[in-house]
Design a protein around this ligand. Structure first.
Ligand SMILES: [Mn+2]
Length: 326
């Protein structure tokens, strides 16, 4: 990782303004990582801006941001318009937690700023940002929070413990409390965050869900179908949902006795429907996601489908599962 962080440092130094953007409808991993990177850039005495989210769907992120502001920890957030009208002389854009042009907070900002660095941990499907000056994409990382924790450690930079708590919460969300995508390295970084002030009780407070949301998840689960023996599939409503919410549903379905594979379908944006797939290892869900232009591993995979409704994708998925698993 040393070379990765050196490359990033070098590029921050070479530019005059640093802009940070994550995916639209950001979660705690994307935005938490943006906040940490903001602090890192500021420690290098560079002007820094975060592209502010147009749509907010995560109450936990709102809670976190409010708490930071109340504690006088402030960030310079700018709308896409403000960024574009700023007439920056030599800007560098960081794209965190996604590498798909269609999923970023602002495609206009993406087009406007020529020099970009992409840092992601998702499996690339659809188009990916292909004109970045540097791209770090590692599907073995649980979260961008894990990458940012390592960056802080590399720099030996101390930042507010409240931000460490938010970053920790991002790691917890992306790993479903250290049950998926978690490696020894994830625990190392979690330990690093804990040693540097991450507060577990506060983290739990941030992540508490409104009762209605949790109950709604159980409605989806209750309506899931057994498309084949021991294979569960479930669909969400027609509203836009976060990546992590769709993944969480697939993961929850896999918890049921005898279930070997699970799939959840939900809208990721106004144009994109996402499928999240999980397996105990016997059924290759990566292979099924490949049929949708997606990908992943044997046990953990995803796909994004453009210009289709949730119902259409749900039907396609049921047929594909029946075709592939015989
Ligand atoms: Mn993430």
């Amino acid at each position: 990782m040393r070379d990765v962080f050196e490359k990033i440092n070098e590029n921050i130094k070479k530019h005059d303004e640093i802009i940070i953007m994550t995916h639209a409808r950001p979660d705690l991993d994307g935005m938490g990582s943006a906040l940490v990177l903001y602090k890192i850039v500021k420690s290098m005495n560079k002007p820094c801006y975060i592209v502010s989210p147009k749509e907010k769907i995560y109450r936990s992120l709102d809670k976190a941001m409010n708490l930071l502001y109340k504690n006088d920890i402030k960030f310079n957030l700018k709308t896409a318009d403000e960024i574009i009208n700023s007439k920056f002389s030599n800007p560098l854009l960081f794209v965190l937690d996604t590498q798909k042009p269609e999923l970023v907070e602002s495609e206009r900002v993406l087009e406007y700023i020529k020099d970009k660095i992409v840092i992601d941990h998702h499996i690339g499907t659809l188009d990916t940002i292909d004109d970045a000056i540097y791209k770090y994409d590692d599907a073995n990382k649980s979260s961008i929070a894990e990458v940012m924790a390592e960056y802080l450690k590399f720099l030996d930079l101390k930042i507010e413990s409240l931000i460490m708590t938010v970053l920790f919460a991002g790691m917890v969300v992306d790993t479903s409390s250290f049950s998926i995508k978690t490696t020894a390295h994830t625990f190392d970084m979690a330990a690093f965050l804990a040693k540097n002030g991450a507060d577990f009780v506060l983290m739990q407070e941030l992540l508490k869900e409104p009762k209605e949301e949790m109950t709604q998840r159980y409605v989806y689960i209750n309506n899931s179908e057994e498309v084949l023996k021991d294979v569960l599939i479930c669909k969400m409503d027609d509203k836009v949902h976060g990546n992590v919410d769709i993944a969480l549903l697939a993961k929850e379905l896999l918890k049921f006795e005898d279930v070997k594979a699970s799939f959840a379908v939900g809208k990721l944006s106004h144009k994109i429907v996402g499928i999240s797939a999980r397996s105990m290892g016997e059924i290759n869900v990566g292979e099924i996601m490949e049929k949708f232009g997606g990908g992943g591993h044997l046990t953990d995979a995803a796909a994004q489908i453009k210009d289709k409704t949730v119902d259409e994708v749900y039907t396609m998925l049921k047929n594909t599962i029946k075709d592939v698993i015989k």
